[in-house]
Design a protein around this ligand. Sequence first.
Ligand code: ATP
Ligand code: TZE
Ligand code: MG
Length: 277
Amino acid sequence: MEKQETQPKEWSQKSWETLSKVRKNSPLIQCITNFVSMDLAANTLLAAGASPAMLHSFDEIPDFTPQVAALYINVGTLTASTLPAMKSAAEIAVKNGKPWVFDPVAAGCSSFRLRACLDLLLLKPTVVRGNGSEIIALSRASFGDTKGADSVHESMDALEAAKSLALKTGAVVAVTGAVDIVTDGKQVIGARNGVQMLQKITATGCSVTALISAFVAVDPTHAFEATVAALSVFGIAGELGMQDAKGPASLRVNLIDSLYGLDQESILQHAKISSLS
Ligand SMILES: Nc1ncnc2c1ncn2[C@@H]1O[C@H](COP(=O)(O)OP(=O)(O)OP(=O)(O)O)[C@@H](O)[C@H]1O
Ligand SMILES: Cc1ncsc1CCO
Ligand SMILES: [Mg+2]
């Protein structure tokens, strides 16, 4: 039977339902993430109703990773000594049937980092979320044309790269920017929520990837839809948080408050999700 495409108005309802499920189930999310993002990513997960654990020791992974609802790996402050724990956790997650979500921060910055990201991709992430430059670097398997953790590309510049990366890896691929794109290589959905000021707060990208992990944790058989929902919910929290923010610092506080307080009406009213295929 032909798979029915979810219609635009159903996307906003799905976003609300998935957030509600995160609040109800409070999934345990293991985050092996960079030092910059730990605070904001953990607080984003808590505000959404999930339970973050920033455990990254190689020695704890065999005991701990099988217990989690989802694993989040982010290579932002990668070193040769932190990489083995990431690989081990990803392998154990897959072996235990747990989804894992990958944030390839600054993938195109150096050959060391690119190699590490390509190796992690071989361990079958459920979702990969990056900015435009990161997804282009991974798709071309080449470094350069990037500015550290920041993107020098619009998300839409990375559309073909995202599709090809999704087909190559089997992962759902998300690219953030003015339009957040989600693709499985065939279907492409765009979520237009969010405000530009989010780029002026470090680790908002890392935090939305953490949120994707929580959404996928409660709906692992619909990782594509859960990814769209997380991106839209985070963007709406940003829009509402911006209403009385004075700049990045107050937006950072308001973002967490808005995410915590989001209700069905706000999501149905503000979600801007549509097909780009
Ligand atoms: N121009 C924009 N308009 C609206 N929202 C945006 C814009 N650019 C980014 N965002 C939003 O900001 C958040 C972070 O996305 P971004 O692409 O900046 O991630 P990133 O580069 O990986 O960030 P970091 O590495 O600092 O965590 C996402 O929710 C995204 O939708
Ligand atoms: C600024 C920065 N540098 C390494 S990770 C990180 C957080 C945003 O990705
Ligand atoms: Mg990033």
